[in-house]
Design a protein around this ligand. Sequence first.
Ligand code: NAI
Length: 245
Amino acid sequence: MTSSLEGKVALVTGAARGIGAATVAWLHARGVAVVAADLRPDVADLPFPGLATVVGDVSREDTAIRSVETAVERFGGLDILVANAGRSVNKPITQTTAADWDELLAVNARGVFLHAREAFRVMSEHGGGSIVTVGSFACTVGLPDASAYSASKGALAQLTKVLALEGGPHGIRANVVAPGVVETDLLDTFRPDSREYLRSFGSAHPLGRVAQPAEIAEVIGFLASPAAAFVTGAVVAADGGYTAA
Ligand code: NAI
């Protein structure tokens, strides 16, 4: 398949599963050279020929540096960053610990900052690029029992707007994709019934269902591509209408 993305280079964080893995598949199908990064070593098992992989924690500075360096060394540059890795904790505020708060802000906000900063440095020296951060409907509305998560996604959205402002003169676009509930493994670590629980949110979306990861990857891919050449600084809802009310 030929596309306007053919030959571009992308880094996708949180690539082993869910929305990240679907985004790798979308980009790879369009001829993009992809660095797939994740905490999970099985990111190396993704079935896409020519993929480069990095294993590391996105909240660590050395991981961000190593991931961007991998793109430059293996593929000669970096055109697209999809800052997708994220974690969730669902607890009432009275049960949310300082450690929960620190972890979510570290992964969902600090990790995005570190990767965006490293990507920005390379993109600004090579004529620009596109940064897509994966937020949430919690970028714009508060989610009950998700104080740390909502705060981290609010921070991600504000950071992305600043990336758009600072990036414009360098040809760097930056946008947030803000999904509604997506059927992934996100809640697996603390909810044995995570899939049923996620699906139960379907009726909260005007479209009457939750999303599949590939539907979010389509929106990420659009924002990453030249088709979105005049879109920057936007928080693009992909939430089945959840935040329309
Ligand atoms: P997932 O749990 O299926 O995948 C997340 C991936 O990120 C996993 O492969 C995980 O190993 C990786 N990851 C987690 N912490 C990491 C760290 N510290 N360093 C490196 N990699 C790490 O989750 P999903 O649903 O695909 O989530 C992707 C993004 O979408 C997240 O930012 C999440 O907040 C966001 N999102 C998800 C929604 C949902 O309902 N599933 C709704 C709205 C936003």
